[in-house]
Design a binder for this molecule. Structure first.
Ligand code: C2E
Ligand code: MG
Ligand code: MG
Ligand code: MG
Length: 290
């Protein structure tokens, strides 16, 4: 049997399984090398208000691999999570995002922009997560009020008291929190109610089916009403058509993100977009010195 075979146990896998294991190992070493050789990039996807005016961006990670081309996070984030590489990678994302925020703050035309940054559950679970974020904010000079951390319900596997304590510590310094992919997880509303969130983000699967599936429309509506009841902001992701936007607007949605308003863009193109349109009044007012 496999156990008795010891180091030769691999030959008991079927060839397909063995190929998958080899591929995964190659991906992990590729990612490690990518970190060392600075092959990761942030792309910026616009977030807009009801009138389509720019509020800020979501930073989305890309891997510019010499061998593989531009690799989507859907392909490598799960592997980065399993291998622990998400920790150095997540720190790189946070540093790059905060440096960019600080750079934008130095230009009047971009000073009010906010930046949403995805945080993985294992990154958040680190005992020193709060210190790490505060340290990066201090080092880059980014304004914590412009930083919005996107969490998913998967992080709620941790003790809720611990999650609340970490969020509260960062919130006290001005950092905002958005709950990404909302509606797709397993957490109970009783649980969520206790989290010091600022925003719910309607998952793109509901937005996609909005016009064809009454249940998806009902869920989107419920999330919007829930956000209003809880005093939270709400944003819809994956908005691709004007009819989706119009339906969401009729349900009371306040903010939007999706291909209708812009793809995730390399920095240069994101800044071109910024130059072409004024900031939303909300973002502009927020940028005014206190
Ligand atoms: P997410 O945070 O929910 O990001 C939204 C995803 O939807 C992005 O995919 C974005 O490109 C895509 N999207 C935006 N607008 C549309 C649209 O109109 N239609 C459709 N069909 N899709 C749209 P992306 O960039 O491939 O990222 C996938 C996921 O990878 C993200 O989902 C997030 O969970 C994860 N991710 C991305 N960057 C990071 C990161 O820096 N750290 C961590 N931990 N995870 C990240
Ligand atoms: Mg996100
Ligand atoms: Mg999402
Ligand atoms: Mg997602």
């Amino acid at each position: 049997e496999a156990k008795a075979a010891g180091r030769n146990a691999l030959r008991f896998f079927d060839p397909q399984m063995q190929a998958a294991v080899t591929q995964r190992a190659a991906l992990v070493s590729g990612l490690r090398e990518g970190l060392r050789k600075q092959q990761f990039r942030l792309y910026y996807q616009p977030q807009v208000d009801r009138d389509g005016r720019l509020l800020g961006f979501e930073a989305l990670l890309r891997w510019q691999s010499p061998q593989r081309g531009l690799v989507s996070p859907a392909e490598f984030v799960p592997v980065a999570e399993e291998s622990g590489l998400i920790l150095p990678l997540g720190l790189w994302v946070l540093e790059s995002a905060c440096s960019q925020l600080a750079a934008w703050a130095r230009q009047p035309a971009s000073a009010g922009l906010s930046l949403a940054v995805n945080v993985s559950a294992s990154q958040f679970a680190r005992a020193d997560f709060v210190e790490q974020v505060l340290e990066v904010l201090a080092r880059t000079g980014a304004n914590p009020r412009r930083l919005k951390l996107e969490l998913t319900e998967s992080l709620l596997v941790a003790r809720v008291e611990e999650v609340i304590a970490k969020m509260s510590a960062l919130k006290a310094r001005g950092v905002g929190f958005s709950l990404d992919d909302f509606g797709t997880g397993y957490s109970s509303l009783a649980y969520l109610r206790r989290l010091p969130l600022d925003q719910l983000k309607i998952d793109k699967s509901f937005v996609r089916d909005l016009l064809v599936d009454p249940n998806s429309a009902a869920i989107a509506h419920t999330i919007i009403v829930l956000s209003q009841t809880m005093g939270l902001a709400v944003i819809a992701e994956g908005v691709e058509s004007a009819s989706q936007r119009d339906l969401l607007a009729s349900l009371g949605c306040q903010a939007y993100q999706g291909y209708l308003f812009g793809q995730p863009l390399p920095l240069e193109q994101a800044e071109q977009l910024l130059a072409a349109q004024p900031l939303a009044p909300a973002a502009a007012a927020d940028a005014a010195p206190a």
